[in-house]
Design a protein around this ligand. Structure first.
Ligand code: AMP
Length: 416
């Protein structure tokens, strides 16, 4: 079912959101996540639905754990939704509160993660138990997880998942619960749907040329993504600190630049794989180097592979910016994950800015651009380009797993 075609009038509607918001002294300090779910929540209420809001908050280790009580954010959810949201202090005993809901009213359940069943992982196991005991505890909690999901499902006539940030987890409220609803009564929320559509435009049927820009500090943390993208993209730009593992593997001098000694062979394998698969692998041809890891370091531009001892590459140089921009601006689909340099320092953010600018230019010419993963999202925000690219993912880990080619349990559960 598509949420826009659903009429929630009179329906008890369980909406899994991601209200894992930052708190200080019991006050919400950033309400972006709550705002993100408003279109879905308002649609249910405006249709005359009976809204049941469910989320996790933080990583509680016990039940209850006041520090992580969702009661703290009730004032903010009520304020933003424009209705007084009721509260069920135990998410497994909310039947009465649910039954007393009238059309157009809203109820929020206490933190789902107060129960270990939500994540389906045993908690507080004694350190001295045997492997068999551990396996038995795991099996037991998996069984308990099913009945926890069944209890949550029993509250509602339909289920909406609007928590993309947890879509890569097979938790009770993000995946297992969906099996208790038939296809006409389960759906993605508006926020989740945007994310799913964005991932599909990139992974399933991209317009070509498709360029992925992978940056960041380490090859090791991006290896699964790079390997999967090799089968999808026309151009693969590798940038950021991981460049130097490739440069060193190719016999270049990298001075004190960051690199991974145990990934040198892997770098050569990736270069060979790109060649074999006809992927245009594009890497830096010059670097902006620094004599210390600091914004006020002395700097110079050098050709790639010619970094003197005592110096380190902290950003791409102007020739590389031009090279990357020409590839990006001739693309029809663009995925950007990870900065080109130490963008947190003003003096080493220009390369990331140049990439962002080229993505904006390509988007203006009709390309589809998806920005995902913490640091490139931070860059796009910092440079003020959020409105000038096709989509900025809120997904973090979920988006990265989708790009790795993994099936996300939260998506699969709705689609089956
Ligand atoms: P990641 O978390 O792997 O996506 O990497 C992001 C981090 O990589 C950012 O904090 C950047 O400062 C860092 N980074 C990017 N380029 C370099 C570089 N040349 N040297 C050291 N760190 C870098």
């Amino acid at each position: 079912m598509n949420i826009k075609d659903c009429n929630f009038n009179g329906k008890k509607t369980f909406v899994r959101v991601d209200f894992n918001v930052p708190l200080q002294n019991g006050k919400v300090t950033d309400d972006t996540r709550i705002r993100g779910a408003l279109p879905t929540l308002k649609k249910v209420l405006n249709d005359g639905g009976r809204l049941i809001i469910a989320s996790h908050l933080g990583r509680p280790e016990k039940n209850p754990d006041e520090k992580y009580s969702l009661h703290q954010i009730l004032y903010k959810v009520s304020e933003l939704l424009g209705v007084e949201v009721k509260f069920a202090p135990d998410c497994t005993k909310a039947q009465k509160e649910v039954e007393s809901l009238k059309n157009g009213e809203a109820l929020m359940l206490e933190n789902l993660r107060f129960y270990a069943e939500e994540e389906g992982k045993p908690r507080n196991l004694p350190a001295d138990i045997t492997d068999e005991q551990k396996a038995a505890a795991k099996k037991e909690i998996k069984e308990a997880q099913k009945s926890f999901a069944k209890t949550l499902a029993s509250y509602a006539d339909c289920y909406v998942n609007d928590a993309f940030g947890t879509a890569h987890r097979a938790h009770a409220s993000t995946a297992i619960i969906a099996d208790y609803f038939d296809k006409d009564n389960k759906m993605f929320g508006f926020l989740m749907e945007k994310e799913v559509t964005a991932v599909k435009s990139i992974m399933d049927n991209p317009q070509r040329p498709f360029t992925a820009i992978m940056g960041g500090s380490k090859v090791s943390s991006k290896i699964d993504i790079i390997t999967n993208l090799m089968n999808k993209v026309d151009n693969l730009i590798i940038t950021g600190g991981m460049t130097y593992t490739f440069t060193k593997a190719n016999g270049g001098n990298i001075g004190n630049s960051i690199y991974e000694e145990d990934k040198l062979d892997l770098a050569l394998e990736l270069i060979a794989e790109a060649k074999a698969k006809g992927v245009n692998l594009v890497m830096a041809i010059d670097s902006k180097i620094a004599d210390k890891f600091a914004n006020d370091a002395n700097t110079r531009f050098v050709k790639e592979g010619a970094i003197p001892d005592g110096w380190m590459g902290l950003d791409i140089g102007p020739d590389t910016e031009k090279l990357f921009a020409s590839v990006i601006e001739n693309s029809k689909t663009i995925l950007w994950n990870g900065p080109a340099g130490v963008f947190e320092f003003d003096n080493f953010s220009h390369g990331s800015f140049a990439i962002a600018q080229a993505i904006v230019n390509a988007t203006k010419k009709g390309a589809y651009s998806l920005i995902g993963g913490g640091d490139s999202v931070a860059c796009i925000n910092m440079f003020g380009f959020v409105e000038d690219v096709s989509y900025v993912s809120t997904g973090g880990g979920a988006l990265l797993e989708a790009i790795e080619g993994k099936i996300l349990p939260g998506i699969a559960a709705i689609e089956r």
